[in-house]
Write a protein that binds this ligand. Structure first.
Ligand code: CA
Length: 243
């Protein structure tokens, strides 16, 4: 797939130079010589990355960035800013506005091409799914999916939250009161008692089958999740730890 780069720059010489460096690298390059033209080229040309000059005749780079970031479909479009202004404050403002990188003129064309490639690689890398794993148990935090040895299981939202908190606690013992507060937002539902936690834990253990034995009851305190054993041996329900 050929990646398309839009150059928004009023200096023809710079556009020419960039084209001569980017095209041999296999990029398709389009150019716009002012801000309005640039905005139109973003919408119509659908570039994969924009190289943006900060000082344009009609619209400054800051405004350009703001408009690009304000539209859902271009909110994540990589923008590499090119400018003669070297002031540190501009760099900060630019990055805050959502520019992804910043190169000051006069620039080294080779370095600029390298930065373009880095930016494109960064955006094309798929976002890592947020997963929690222990033994054969897998919890996909983005998709709210839980599986054991690849087999999906269905949890209620409270069971899911309980499991997530126990996994994130990494062996720490969590009190019933803490779990109540976190999972049930205790205080809004005053009739909920700490026994509710026990009921949900019991149900969660059952659904997690052999992995359910990882949830250890800590007498008079609460629960913790045993992440050490590669596979917990089938054990009697409501295993009690004296810790
Ligand atoms: Ca300029």
């Amino acid at each position: 797939m050929v990646q398309k780069i839009l150059i928004v720059e009023d200096e023809h010489g710079v556009v020419h130079l960039l084209k001569s460096r980017l095209e041999p690298e296999g990029f398709q390059v389009i150019a716009a010589y002012n801000g309005q033209e640039g905005l139109r080229a973003v919408t119509e040309g659908r570039p994969d990355l924009v190289i943006l000059d900060l000082t344009l005749p009609d619209l400054d780079g800051f405004e350009f960035c703001r408009r690009i970031r304000g539209q859902a479909e271009t909110a994540r479009l990589p923008i590499l800013v090119l400018s003669g202004r070297a002031e540190e404050v501009d760099k900060v403002v630019m990055l805050e506005l959502g520019a992804d990188d910043y190169v000051t003129k006069p620039f080294n064309a080779k370095e600029l091409v390298a930065r373009v490639k880095t930016l494109l690689r960064r955006v094309s890398a798929p976002a890592l799914p947020r997963m929690l794993r222990v033994g054969t148990l897998e919890v996909d935090l983005d998709r709210y999916m839980v599986s054991i040895a690849g087999q999906p299981i269905t949890l209620t939202s409270k069971e899911f939250e309980l499991l997530k908190i126990l996994l994130e606690a990494k062996e720490r013992t969590l009190s019933r009161a803490f779990l109540l507060e976190r999972v049930w937002e205790y205080g809004e539902e005053l009739d909920i008692e700490t026994r509710t936690v026990d009921v949900h834990i019991r149900s969660l253990r059952k659904k997690l089958a052999s992995e359910g034995d990882r949830i250890i009851t800590v007498r008079n305190v609460g629960y913790r999740l045993d992440t050490t054993s590669p596979q917990v041996n089938p054990a009697p329900k409501d295993k009690v730890s004296q810790k």
